[in-house]
Design a binder for this molecule. Structure first.
Ligand code: ADP
Length: 763
């Protein structure tokens, strides 16, 4: 009927007002004053009506005024006002009021259809006889209607409703009466047309008010929930004691949801049964920290929540198949609410609330419980993180304490040791300089600690240059050393004292941390060594003279110079001679050793032909073999164009003779010995190769030690001091060469002793 949607409200109101105003002006002009009394009465009534409808916008009031005026105009007992609402004709007002609920729908009647087709006035003096009104008979009977005048409420072509003027008797309305009623109805139609428009905002306002009220109520509920959540959150963040916090939170939740018992069950990593973490309202709550249960995490109502990861509301647990009737106290439970404890996608457990009466919880509560559960889950997660961090911190703390104790102890030990200790960091800065180091090097700790090593070049004395260079090399080049590198040196300080330095790099895993140097004052030791060497040299020297004379006289006696000897006498003298020779070897070896130790070995370097020396040595050895009747083949393989080497003739011969002699001794009869020499760069390498008893790997490391002798029966049967190879090694060293041995230790496969000598270069 009123298509409000298409006309803007303001425009419609303005147009309606304009029409009403024009109509009032028109009517005031077309009905001139001064007509008959009745006419002036009608005019007065119209005027009054216009004033009344002009001053109201309320639909009910409009209907009331209209019906009153029409009742007066027609002098009838009852006027009914009816309007279409959503195509349904509704009785909205009756004048006078009939004491019954209005706004009820009227049944459809053919008359209404007819009046729609051609809006006009309908009147009858006997409603019961009207076929077009049979559906309304009940209504007429109720209102005791005999005569009826129907005035359509029309604007343009639209019929908005009807005015019924009822009369109990049969009566005929005059033309004037009808005319006046029609004018009033038309005026009312115009006013009515605008009234709903105006009623609309008030309707809207009512709707809005209602919605505002509903929303306010929702907001109030939400604010209550928010306040409750806030209290829960405050509670959860009030302490780090999780047990206390969970109990307080469950208490708050119990109060808020009016539940009687509540439980928090957690899922612990790697476990497939629930962990009973906290509860409220039970006689046997879990101990502080919780306890394990035997309840499978996928079983029962809690298991359902774990699987579905959503909240659940159970009206009556007795009726719910998910509920496992387990414990004594649990049989009372009827209502239940359960939610998952989630942190992001991680499920920590479930929270359950119970009541002994069924249907105690409302669906809207579950949302709040879930929100609280989310906070609880965060708190549990935080508490676990916190305890993890605390454990780590404690562990680190105790490690640190142990480290500190260890460091102080190590430092104390380093400070207390009798040897001097100097530690440098990775940048060769001195970080530790102990008491003994102060004493040995004659420097104050304050002078050196924290300073760079280079700045002390002068202080430590010129002798320390190589040691300091080594530290610098190690510190500034990672390839200059490895974990096992060491450096040892003996230095003579400016004041004549002797100091042994041992240096080693310090690594932590692969990282180079610096170096540690140990200083030992060996002045006394050096002095004792010197005295010992001197003593050995003196004694050896003194022994040589009597030895020479003993040997000489024995040889003379054996030659029969003092008369013929019996066989036995010759035998005895042979033993004396052989032992004298052994003693002679020992004395000579000792003399060599003491001379080397005392640094008194003067070498007279000259160009030497190895072929000649080797020939002489081989001749000598073959002579010994002959006298001892031991057959042996000695080959020498020395190229004729081999350059001359630089060396002391007697000493190089001693070296060769010693090696060839060992090869002779430690190779069984009929064995082979070869002497081979080759040029390698600017040095000549000499190999003495035998096919004798060989030397095991372990022995090879020891054969150059002083007094070391092997345990092979052939070695034991041979006279020797165990000094030979050590002297040879030192002699090779003095010539600037190297010596080594190779053997696979298999008897019969022999050994190869090799040494190098520098090629002689003519200046
Ligand atoms: P000595 O020969 O007086 O025992 P050396 O210093 O010359 O002392 O030799 C030390 C040890 O080295 C010997 O006792 C022996 O065990 C071993 N040795 C030396 N040369 C050989 C060799 N050519 N074959 C096997 N073992 C040898």
């Amino acid at each position: 009927m009123f298509d409000l949607g298409t006309i803007p409200l303001g425009v419609a109101l303005f147009l309606a007002g304009l029409v009403l105003f024009a109509l009032i002006l028109f009517l005031r002009r077309v009905i001139p004053p001064g007509e008959s009394n009745r006419r002036s009465q009608r005019l007065a009534q119209i005027n009054r009506f216009l004033d009344q409808i002009g001053s109201t916008l309320d639909l009910d009031h409009l209907l009331e005024v209209t019906s009153q005026e029409i009742a007066e105009a027609l002098s009838c007992r009852l006027v009914s006002m009816m309007l279409y609402r959503d195509a349904q004709l509704m009785l909205l007002h009756q004048e006078p009021k009939q004491g019954r609920d209005l706004s009820w729908p009227l049944p459809d009647a053919p008359l209404f259809e007819r009046l729609h087709q051609s809006p006009g006035i309908f009147s009858t003096m006997d409603v019961s006889a009207e076929d077009s009104l049979t559906t309304l008979q009940g209504f007429f009977e109720e209102s005791n209607t005999q005569t009826l005048l129907v005035l359509p409420i029309v604007t343009g072509k639209d019929v908005h409703g009807f005015v019924f003027a009822h009369s109990e008797q049969a009566r005929r309305f005059s033309v004037d009466e009808i005319e006046l009623a029609r004018i009033l109805t038309n005026l009312a139609a115009v006013a009515l047309q605008s009234a709903p428009l105006l009623a609309y905002p008030s309707q809207l306002t009512e709707d809005l008010e209602q919605r505002v009220e509903e929303r306010a109520e929702q907001l109030e509920q939400e604010s209550q929930r928010a306040r409750a959540l806030l209290r829960i959150m405050r509670e959860l963040s009030s302490s780090l004691d999780l047990d206390h916090v969970l109990n307080r939170t469950l208490q708050l939740l119990n109060d808020l949801t009016d539940s009687e018992q509540s439980t928090i069950l957690l899922i612990r990593p790697g476990e497939d049964t629930f962990y009973y973490r906290a509860s409220l309202g039970y006689i046997d709550p879990p101990p502080v920290g919780g306890r394990a249960t035997e309840l499978d995490i996928y079983d029962g109502l809690a298991g359902w929540i774990v699987i579905h990861r959503e909240g659940v509301l159970v009206e009556d647990l007795q009726e719910d198949s998910r509920w496992l009737h387990l414990g004594e106290g649990l049989t009372d439970h009827r209502s239940a609410m359960g939610v998952p404890l989630l942190v992001g996608a991680e499920l920590l457990g479930v929270m359950l609330l119970f009541h002994r009466q069924p249907s105690r919880f409302k669906p809207d509560q579950i949302e709040m419980v879930q929100a609280a559960a989310n906070q609880i889950a965060v708190s549990i997660n935080n508490a676990e993180l916190f305890s993890l961090i605390r454990e780590q911190a404690e562990r680190l703390g105790s490690m640190l304490r142990t480290q500190q104790v260890e460091t102080s102890r190590s430092r104390a030990i380093l400070e207390a040791v009798a040897d001097g200790v100097l530690v440098t960091d990775a940048d060769s800065r001195i970080t530790l300089f102990n008491d003994s180091a102060q004493r040995i090097l004659g420097l104050k700790r304050e002078q050196v600690v924290g300073e760079s090593l280079e700045s002390f070049a002068g202080l430590f004395g010129g002798a320390t240059q190589t040691w300091m260079n080594t530290i610098a090399d190690w510190s500034f080049s990672s390839t200059a050393h490895d974990k096992g590198s060491t450096y040892a040196e003996q230095i003579t300080l400016d004041d004549g004292r002797f100091v042994a330095i041992h240096l080693a790099p310090v690594h932590l895993n692969e990282e180079f941390l610096g170096t540690v140097s140990i200083f030992r004052d060996i002045t006394h030791q050096v002095e004792v060594d010197r005295l010992k060497t001197e003593f050995v040299a003196t004694v050896s020297h003194e022994l040589r003279t009597p030895m020479t004379s003993i040997k000489g006289y024995v040889e003379i006696l054996l030659m029969g110079a003092a008369g013929e000897l019996s066989e036995q006498q010759s035998q005895f003298l042979d033993v004396v001679l052989s032992n004298t020779e052994r003693l002679n070897v020992l004395v000579n070896d000792l003399l060599d050793v003491s001379r080397i130790d005392a640094g008194k070995y003067d070498l007279s370097m000259q160009p030497l032909r190895l072929q000649e020396l080797a020939e002489a040595v081989v001749d000598e050895q073959m002579y010994q073999a002959g006298t001892e009747e031991k057959s042996l083949t000695i080959i020498y393989d020395i190229p004729s164009d081999l350059p001359r080497v630089r060396g002391d003739e007697a000493r190089v011969r001693q070296i060769l003779a010693n090696l060839v002699n060992n090869a002779y001794h430690y190779t069984p009869a009929d064995g082979n010995v070869s002497i081979r020499a080759r040029l390698h760069g600017d040095e000549v390498q000499v190999d003495v190769i035998d096919d004798g008893i060989g030397i095991t790997q372990e022995e090879q490391e020891r054969v150059f030690e002083r007094f070391y002798r092997g345990e092979d029966p052939m070695v034991l049967a041979t006279a020797g001091t165990g000094l030979g190879l050590s002297i040879v090694q030192q002699l090779v060293d003095l010539h600037g060469g190297r010596i080594w041995v190779e053997s696979n230790g298999v008897p019969g496969e022999g050994s190869t002793f090799s040494f190098t000598l520098p090629v002689f270069i003519d200046d």
